[in-house]
Ligand binder design. Sequence first.
Ligand code: 5RP
Length: 263
Amino acid sequence: MEWGMRNRLAQLIQPDGRALFLPIDHGYFQGPTRKLEQPGRTLEPLLPYADAVMLTRGVLRSSVDPTRSKPIILRVSGGTSVIGDLSNEGIITSIKEAIRLNASAVSLSIFVGSEHEHQTLLNLSRLVDEAEDYGIPVMAVTAVGKELERREARYLALCCRIAAELGARIVKTYYCPDFERVVQGCPVPVVIAGGPKVDTEYEVFEFVHDGLQKGAIGVNLGRNIWQNDHPVAMIRALRAIIHDNATPEEAQEIYNALKQAES
Ligand code: 5RP
């Protein structure tokens, strides 16, 4: 592997082999998502605890201080909104722009099983061809929107394996029952997204912990962090699971203690 590719992957995946990515890209199809209306404000207190931030170029330029940042995973697919068909994505940002913005990786969604499956898989293949020329890893995002209704190992394993076969260096997917089948069938590192916010913190701690035991290297977790009433406590508790091997119970204790300090 070339030096540049290895260096960028090392910026994302920490020496312990784990990763905590913080996505704030939701506005690219959802508009001003709850608690992400002002992305700079949402991000600021969380930034010290993230290993990398996933976002679009518009939010990066407008809302992130270039002198005080973390490795960037630049979302480069889009062109749709919640009003239309989410799967009809194209590539919205060039590799030249990713280099100009000093991105450590680029990310793109694939929509396996959707009307635009073919188009989004070709998007991924083309992006990999271009990004690899410059040593930039591609993170594939599987199963957003309607496709997320199929949160089962058979479907997610299919998505992840296809993404890896087409050249993604990291794959983002969802936790599901029999999650080990998803990870075992995917020859590149897998990170877990959260999806819509769940009712309790403990549920998040449990699925992240279990996902790691089953082979995921970390998370790309958004709403379940920054839509929580105590987002700093939440990200720090998750960090303890990911980087310090805390149990869900220990994470809950960390969360409870830190939330007092936050309120
Ligand atoms: C949206 C994305 C998000 O980054 C991803 O879904 C992770 O965020 P969350 O944990 O809120 O689901 O790719 O297209």
